[in-house]
Write a protein that binds this ligand. Structure first.
Ligand code: GTP
Ligand code: MG
Length: 383
C-alpha cells in the first residue's frame, strides 16, 4: 500500500520491523521503521526476502476474482431508484476497555425482549437489532459490538462501508482514555458520524461534564455548547436514558444519512464473527449489507462455502430471510470464515465452491510466503 512503513509491512507478514531495518541497512539503505518507504525499497526488500511484493491489494485481487465470475461486490451503480428501500442504520459501539459497551448493548437488547420481541435464550452473536419508537414510527437499529474482536480491525479498514454511525462509549467515572481517542480517530477518518454515550452516570463519582470538556478538545463539541455532537448521559446498569440514546441515533441517521439498499438482489455483506460449534458445525454471524439472504441460498463467506441451512436472529429465533442491515447467524458453511471477510450469494453450489477454492488457495499461498519470509529473516539475523 502507498505510504506504508516498514512497521506496516512487518505486521502484514508477521515479522519484526527491527530486523527489516537491519536487513535494509546491510543493503545500504537507511530507513527507520516508521517512515513510509517507496516501492523500490519494498521491492529491494522483497528480492532479498524471496517475497513477491504485492502491488495489487488483496481487496483488488478479490474483486478481480469475483469479476471473473461476473460478480460485483458492492452497490450496483445501475440500481433502479425504485428498487431501493430504507434500511436501518448500522451502528458500531466503540470505546475504551471496560467503559461498558457490551453491558450497554445487553441493556438495549433486554429492554427490547421485555418489549415483546419474542424468544428463546438470547444468543451472543456480536450484532443485534433493536426496535425503538420515534415520533410514533417503529424504527430499527443494528448494533455491532466491537471490542476484543478482530472484526474491529478489519472493519476499521473498511471504514464507512460497514458502519453508518459510531456510538462512542465513555465511562463518566473514568473519562477520556487512550482507546477512546483511538476509536474517535477511526470514526473521524472513516467519516462516520459520532454519538457520544456518557455511561455509568449511576456512579457517585461520575462526572459527565468533565467528559464533555475532554471530548471538546478532540473536536467533539456537545450540542449544548454550540457544537454538533449529540451527547447522551446513560447508565447501562440502571437502564437510564436508553431511549434517549436510541432517539439520538435515529435523529443522526435521519439528519445526515441516506440509508437505502436494494433488497431484491442476491445478498452480500460482511462476516462479523464466526466459530466452530460442536453440534452445529461452522457458525457465522453475518451482516447483510444489501440484498436479501434466504435459507437455501448458495453462499461464499471468505474461503468457506455452502448452502444456508438455517438462520437465527439474536434471540435464537429461526429466520427464513434476512434483508439489508440485518445481522443473522448462518449455519451450513464448510469452514469457519474470518471476521471482516465478505460474503456473497451466488448462482449455485458449484460456483460457490469454485470461488471458495480459489480464495483458499490464495490464502494458503500467502501463508506459505509469510513463512518463507520469516525463515529467510531468521537466517539473516543469525548470520
Ligand atoms: P471490553 O469489551 O473489555 O472493552 O469492555 P466493555 O466496554 O464491553 O465493558 P463491559 O460492558 O464489559 O463493562 C465493564 C464493567 O463495567 C462491568 O463490570 C459492568 O458491569 C460495568 N458497567 C457497565 N456499565 C455500567 C454502568 O452503567 N454503571 C455501572 N456502575 N457499571 C457499569
Ligand atoms: Mg465488551
Amino acid at each position: 500500500p502507498r505510504g506504508a512503513s516498514l512497521t506496516d509491512f512487518a505486521e502484514k507478514i508477521g515479522v519484526d520491523a527491527a530486523s527489516l531495518v537491519q536487513m535494509l541497512f546491510s543493503l545500504g539503505e537507511m530507513v527507520t521503521a516508521t517512515e513510509s518507504v517507496n516501492d523500490e525499497t519494498l521491492e529491494l526488500l522483497g528480492e532479498e526476502l524471496n517475497y513477491v511484493v504485492q502491488v495489487v491489494s488483496p481487496e483488488d485481487e478479490d474483486r478481480e476474482l469475483l469479476e471473473s465470475f461476473d460478480i460485483e461486490f458492492g452497490d450496483d451503480e445501475d440500481t433502479d431508484e425504485a428498487d431501493l428501500v430504507a434500511r436501518p442504520p448500522v451502528v458500531t459501539v466503540m470505546g475504551h476497555v471496560d467503559h461498558g459497551k457490551t453491558k450497554l448493548l445487553d441493556a438495549l437488547r433486554s429492554a427490547n425482549v421485555v418489549a415483546g420481541e419474542a424468544g428463546g435464550i438470547t444468543q451472543h452473536i456480536g450484532a443485534y437489532q433493536v426496535h425503538t419508537e420515534v415520533d410514533g414510527d417503529d424504527r430499527r437499529i443494528t448494533f455491532i459490538d466491537t471490542p476484543g474482536h478482530e472484526a474491529f480491525t478489519a472493519m476499521r479498514a473498511r471504514g464507512s462501508q460497514s458502519s453508518d454511525i459510531a456510538v462512542l462509549v465513555v465511562a463518566a467515572d473514568d473519562g477520556v482514555m487512550p482507546q477512546t481517542v483511538e476509536a474517535l480517530n477511526h470514526a473521524k477518518a472513516a467519516g462516520v458520524p459520532i454519538v457520544v454515550a456518557v455511561n455509568k452516570i449511576d456512579k457517585p463519582e461520575a462526572d459527565p461534564t468533565k467528559v464533555r470538556g475532554q471530548l471538546t478538545e478532540y473536536g467533539l463539541v456537545p450540542e449544548e455548547y454550540g457544537g454538533d455532537t449529540m451527547f447522551v448521559d446513560v447508565s447501562a446498569k440502571s437502564e437510564l436514558n436508553l431511549d434517549k440514546l436510541l432517539e439520538a441515533i435515529v435523529l443522526t441517521a435521519d439528519a445526515s444519512l441516506d440509508l437505502r439498499a436494494d433488497a431484491g438482489r442476491e445478498a452480500q455483506g460482511l462476516v462479523i464473527e464466526a466459530h466452530l460449534d460442536r453440534g452445529r458445525g461452522p457458525v457465522a454471524t453475518v451482516l447483510v449489507q444489501r440484498g436479501t439472504l434466504h435459507v437455501g441460498d448458495s453462499i461464499v463467506a471468505g474461503p468457506a462455502h455452502g448452502r444456508v441451512r438455517a438462520m437465527l436472529d439474536e434471540y435464537g429465533n429461526e429466520l427464513s430471510e434476512a434483508g439489508p442491515s440485518r445481522p443473522a447467524m448462518v449455519l451450513g458453511l464448510s469452514a469457519v470464515p474470518g471476521a471482516g471477510q465478505n460474503f456473497i450469494v451466488v448462482e449455485d453450489d458449484r460456483m460457490a465452491r469454485q470461488i471458495a477454492e480459489k480464495r483458499e488457495a490464495r490464502e494458503r499461498a500467502a501463508m506459505q510466503a509469510k513463512r518463507r519470509v520469516r525463515r529467510t529473516l531468521e537466517d539473516f539475523m543469525a548470520s
